[in-house]
Design a binder for this molecule. Structure first.
Ligand code: PLP
Length: 363
């Protein structure tokens, strides 16, 4: 057997060709073309939000969101996320201040935030980890009390709803990723949403060099645009989105069923959430057990990943982050198991048997 961690979803070549034929006819390859606009509208409809800005990746979207919200000084953030979350704060010349996570939900622990606020704090940047919503109510209250901006890294959250609404509706802005490894993708891609129209307008200028007509520049900007080819991939994947989401749910439920009596813990999903099953992380009792399981699985052709490792306070370019015991501990005990559209029920059973065997060999 050879079971990779991930395999990007691909629509049929024919589906993609209908769009590429259009692109060739029009000779309009990028710069807010018709397919990009169509894709933005489809995303907004699907997520039931008024508007969506499609950009070239999730990280650019994060940089644009930080800039559009004028985030400065210190940003309270989670140590348990992909490196892009911390990286964007540092890139923006801000200082990340880490608040530890809740061991059950794996999202930032609101009880750890307030004591870290100083007169230099301007924002909270938290991640909805593996698509599990943060405690958005508590974070919102803290932010309101201290006049902080809230940005959510919702890279994993395509299709996640909380209390019946897209999770992107919370905070001052949220970003999403459509990278090839994500549940729903455009090859490379991402975007942002803010319920504040003036922030959306500002972000639209900022992601297009600040252009206001050909010779006028309204503000500082970068190139955050995405192409017609990427939009075409997204539009094709929309034909399959329900199938993708349904199958993920079945796959994750099978994993849970086959592993529930084993010595592994699952992430606790927040109440009122309709998750998207984007990832399947399992947490082992100790880091030694975790490594041994990963090694034994690798020996039998199963790829897993300690996603997220390292805890981001341990990054080489982060100074004086202090210790974040929960995030550091979990990051050494977590494995994400293979999860992708074509993963079969037999393959899931094979992975689960491998885990069961590896755990048994230790007792
Ligand atoms: C994938 C990811 C990003 C970055 O998105 P890109 O589209 O690859 O730039 C940011 N944050 C998290 C949590 C991610 O998983």
């Amino acid at each position: 057997m050879n079971i990779p961690l991930n395999r990007p979803f691909l629509p049929s070549k024919e589906e993609y060709d209908t769009y590429t034929n259009e692109i060739w006819q029009r000779n309009w390859l990028t710069n807010h073309g018709p397919l990009v606009r169509e894709f933005e509208n489809k995303v907004a409809d699907f997520l039931n939000i008024p508007e969506f800005i499609f950009m070239n990746n999730g990280t650019t979207s994060l940089l644009v969101a930080l800039k559009a919200l004028d985030v400065k000084g210190e940003v309270i953030t989670t140590p348990y996320s992909y490196v892009a979350t911390t990286g964007s704060i540092v890139w923006q010349n801000c200082r990340p201040v880490f608040a530890d996570i809740n061991a059950d939900t794996l999202t930032i622990d609101p009880l750890k935030i307030e004591s870290l606020i100083t007169d230099r704090t301007s924002a909270i940047l938290a991640t909805h980890v593996y698509g599990n919503p943060c405690d958005v109510e508590s974070i919102g209250e803290i932010a309101a009390k201290h006049h902080l901006k809230v940005i959510y890294d919702a890279a994993h959250c395509f299709g996640v709803t909380y209390k019946g609404k897209s999770i992107l509706q919370w905070g001052d802005a949220s970003i999403i990723s459509f990278h090839a490894t994500k549940l729903f993708h455009t090859t490379e891609g991402g975007g942002m949403y803010s319920k504040n129209n003036s922030i959306m307008e500002k972000a639209r200028y900022m992601m297009n060099f600040g252009h206001d007509g050909p010779y006028n520049f309204k503000c500082e900007g970068i190139n955050g645009k995405n192409s017609e080819f990427h939009a075409a991939m997204g539009l094709c994947n929309f034909f399959h989105v329900t199938d993708i989401l349904d199958r993920r749910k079945r796959q994750v439920n099978q994993y849970k069923g086959e592993l529930e009596n084993q010595l592994v813990e699952f992430q606790k999903i927040r109440k009122h959430t309709d998750p998207n099953y984007a990832y399947f992380p399992v947490i082992f009792e100790t880091s030694d057990i975790c490594s041994e399981v990963a090694n034994q699985l690798a020996d039998t052709g199963v790829e897993t990943r300690r996603y997220f490792t390292p805890s981001l306070n341990r990054l080489s370019y982060i100074k004086e982050a202090g210790s974040l015991p929960v995030a550091e501990d979990i990051s050494e005990r977590v494995l994400c198991l293979p999860l992708f559209h074509e993963l079969t029920s037999d393959e899931i059973s094979y992975v689960c048997r491998g885990i069961t065997k590896a755990l048994k060999s230790r007792v």
